[in-house]
Design a protein around this ligand. Sequence first.
Ligand code: ATR
Length: 278
Amino acid sequence: MITGAAKLAGVIGWPVSHSKSPVLHGHWLSRHGIDGAYIPMAVAPDNLPRAVHGLRALGFRGCNVTVPHKQAVMACCDKVEEDAKRIGAVNTLVVENDGSLTGRNTDGIGFLQNLKAADTGWRPGMGPALVIGAGGAARAVLQALLDAGVPEIRLANRTVQRAEGLAAEFSPIIDPLPMTAAEAAMDGCALLVNTSSMGMTGQPPLNLRLDALPRTALVTDIVYAPLRTPLLEDAAQRGNPTVDGLGMLLHQAVPGFEAWFGIRPNVDGALRAAVLSV
Ligand code: ATR
């Protein structure tokens, strides 16, 4: 139940009906007995600036931003935080007390928190990481790994030019590679991350032989549908520790919820179960 004093937030996307965020934030709102609401808002691209400015006019605390608006929304912000600038996308809007609009990106934090929370023993300084994919999701992962202090990143992508572009933009410790070099590049890695859409339901699997990957290396996938991707299954079968991608979605939501509703929520089994139930 909400009162006339309820705090408001939500998610803007087009379409937005597939979003798991309303269930995720709804779980936390009810868990903490907060007088607030988090609602899905289907906003067509043409309406984005008006919708974002309307948030302020309507007294919203802020919102999440999802596909296809994450880049375009940057132009609607009064301030874009450093992480979001580097990633080149905003996934969280906060209406500040003075009415100004700050754009943040919490995907990198969510990625890293998910790995830390899994408590597999992996630490950023342990060795090179192999990152597969060089799209929008890769940008958040690269930013997080670089900030965390990973000593070397091998970045493999079907279109090697995109990997080269990211290496030039982000850091000289990123070594861009074609996908054909990915299997050999596993040698000596402490972390393997899939940021590509391969392995997602309806997409081809990521067909990589893991023979050269040390059995101690952590393997993670940002794809979470299915929860256990073929990559994670292969890795687990040969004894590698694995972390699925759902946790990244859950952890990226924490800073927004805290900014809008004033409580830092926990990511736990009950939250996972709630999100998996839809
Ligand atoms: P996102 O924002 O979700 O990262 P994206 O920017 O479209 O989406 O990036 C998708 C990534 O998956 C890219 O790295 C893409 O490779 P290309 O840059 O060569 O397009 C990768 N990808 C998608 N389907 C693929 C496939 N069938 N084989 C190899 N790579 C694929």
